[in-house]
Structure formats: structure tokens, C-alpha cells
Design a protein around this ligand. Structure first.
Ligand code: SF4
Length: 324
């Protein structure tokens, strides 16, 4: 087990003392309400913290309790999520709220495994909610924590298998302050132990860190490997408008702009996407719970349209945000 070389008590003291003095403050860190913690963790999964903080204030202003989120229409939730991307997070968040209210008496389970069974909640989010809201000594592992613990324990996060990493994170968590511990490791990973050029001289665990001791990887720095960040950057700047993700975002934008429960038709191409591509995305988005569809009157069923019309493009159903 890679934690064996560590003085675990000294490691915890150093991390928590640094957090007391230098930890970041965010509006969502002032709560232990599991619902509000879950909203923050869900928002921050794919949204930068500079945007996630204000977004959390706005979203929880509209839906301050798990009951209020459960009672809202999905359309209202999806409109509130505008600009935050990865809209399935909003759908899953509300599905979880409805399960918690409808089947659990409005109380989130104080248990990692039970939390993981809720829609959209994975191993990281379950542990984050458990440690922050219920102060259960469990170690959430996201990319920041993986980098910090991987460098401290072995010099290179790639040397740790996921199970070893999770087991190490669970052993290291401070049992008296698991909430502060979770925040502290996140902050060290974000502000000091950056993917490139970590600020080791300012780090509270520099004397215990194998990366800082020179046991670092000799390959390219994490995050600059060919085909990783650079590849994604090319996709963002070049061909993004040709992706299904871009198309789905534009479809949702159109539906958000529609008044109330009015249906929206998609008669014209969107960007470089023709009617067949739009239709395929609409069907997939319906399956994801992002919208409702209604086929045009006298529309033949799926699969029959193309053959009856001699191969012409099938009709595109009209759509709206879900209202129930
Ligand atoms: S000493 Fe450097 S590499 Fe090690 S955890 Fe701190 S910032 Fe990261």
C-alpha cells in the first residue's frame, strides 16, 4: 500500500493547518445540507469554479430545497440550467430529488453506497456529499485529488491503480474533519499542485512528497500528452459546430426560448446539421429526458417513412421541454 511510507498524522496536520490559513471560501462551503452540497458538486463536475459559485447561488435561489426541486417541472429546471452545459446533469439532479422526496422522506441517505445508487451520483460525488454533509470519513477522488495523492505517494499519479488510489484516499482522510479534508485536498490540487509547474515550495506537504523529492515522471507532463488536451482544444476551436453535442445545445436553446409549453418545429437545418441529424438528436434527447416529442399529424412510424417516401428525409417531430 503506497501510504505506508507516510507519517499519516503529520500529513493530516499539515493539510488541515494549511486549509485553516489558506483555504478558499465559496458560498456553497457554508452549508452541510446534503441537497445543497449535491447541487454544488453536480455543478462543479463540468463547470469552472469561477462560474460554478455564482451559478450555485442562482440555482439554489430558485430551488432552495430538495422538495422545491422535486416539485418543479423539468422544463423550469432545464431553463434554470441554461449556460451551464451537460444538461443531463440537471435531469439527473431532479430525478434524484424526486426519489429522495418520494421514496426517502426527503432525507438523503447518509451512506456512500446508497448515495451512489441515485441518478447521476458516481463514486466521487457520493463521497463528497457523505464527507461534507454527513462528515463520514471517506475520501472523494477527482482529478485534483488524484494528482495530489498520486504525486505525494508515488511521484506520478499514473503509477497508482484506481483501487489503490481510492483505498489510499479513504485511509488518509482525517476522521475528525472529513469535510475540511475534502475541501483542503481540492484546494491544494487547484491552487498549488497544478497539472504543470506545481508550486511545491508553498505546499504544506512538500517534505512528504515523492514528486517534490524528484521521483517525478520523465514523460511529458500530465495534461500535455499528445491527443489529450491539445486534441480536445482542436475540437473546440475547429470542428465543434459539427458535433452532436453542439447540435443538442442549439436544440435546447431553441426550446428554452419557446414560451411555456409551446411546441417548437425544426423545419430547417441547424448549422451544418440536416433534418435527419436533427431528428436523430431529438430522439436521443427524448431518451435522456431532455425533451418531449410529438410526431406531425399523419406521420408514418419510424422506419416506414423513408421507404414510403422513396428515400426522402423523414419528418422531424416537434419538441418541447418536459412539463411533468
Ligand atoms: S509538493 Fe508539489 S507535487 Fe507534491 S503535492 Fe505539493 S504541489 Fe503537488
Amino acid at each position: 500500500m503506497p501510504v505506508l511510507h507516510l507519517d499519516i498524522a503529520a500529513f493530516r496536520r499539515a493539510v488541515l493547518a494549511w486549509f485553516d490559513a489558506s483555504g478558499r471560501t465559496f458560498p456553497f462551503r457554508g452549508t452541510t445540507d446534503p441537497y445543497l452540497v449535491l447541487v454544488s458538486e453536480t455543478l462543479l463536475q463540468q463547470t469552472q469554479i469561477s462560474r460554478g459559485g455564482p451559478a450555485w447561488v442562482t440555482f439554489t435561489g430558485q430551488f432552495p430545497t430538495v422538495e422545491s426541486l422535486a416539485a418543479a417541472t423539468p422544463a423550469r429546471v432545464l431553463r434554470a440550467w441554461r449556460g451551464l452545459g451537460y444538461n443531463r446533469r440537471a435531469v439527473n439532479l431532479q430525478r434524484t430529488a424526486r426519489i429522495v422526496v418520494g421514496e426517502m422522506g426527503g432525507v438523503f441517505p447518509p451512506d456512500v453506497a446508497a448515495l451512489e445508487r441515485l441518478p447521476g451520483i458516481g463514486p466521487y460525488t457520493a463521497r463528497a456529499v457523505a464527507s461534507i454533509a454527513y462528515r463520514i470519513p471517506t475520501g472523494p477522488v477527482d482529478t485534483n485529488v488524484r494528482r495530489v495523492l498520486g504525486r505525494v505517494l508515488t511521484g506520478d499519479p499514473a503509477r497508482l491503480r484506481p483501487k489503490e488510489l481510492q483505498a489510499s484516499a479513504d485511509i488518509l482522510v482525517d476522521p475528525d474533519q472529513p469535510d475540511h479534508w475534502t475541501h483542503a485536498l481540492m484546494d491544494i490540487g487547484s491552487t498549488l499542485c497544478r497539472p504543470t509547474r506545481p508550486i511545491c515550495p508553498d505546499c504544506p506537504v512538500v517534505s512528504m512528497c515523492r514528486y517534490a523529492a524528484g521521483e517525478r515522471p520523465t514523460t511529458l507532463a500530465q495534461g500535455s500528452r499528445p491527443g489529450s488536451r491539445s486534441g480536445r482544444a482542436r475540437t473546440r476551436t475547429g470542428d465543434f459546430k459539427l458535433t452532436t453535442r453542439w447540435l443538442r445545445g442549439r436544440i435546447l436553446d431553441r426550446l428554452r426560448e419557446a414560451p411555456g409549453p409551446a411546441w417548437t418545429t425544426f423545419a430547417e437545418p441547424i448549422g451544418g446539421h440536416d433534418r435527419a441529424a436533427i431528428r436523430t438528436s431529438l430522439r436521443a434527447m427524448e431518451r435522456d429526458g431532455l425533451l418531449e416529442l410529438e410526431d406531425p399529424p399523419d406521420s408514418p412510424p419510424d422506419g416506414a417513412a423513408a421507404s414510403r417516401s422513396g428515400g426522402s428525409a423523414p419528418a422531424v417531430p416537434r419538441a418541447r421541454l418536459p412539463i411533468a
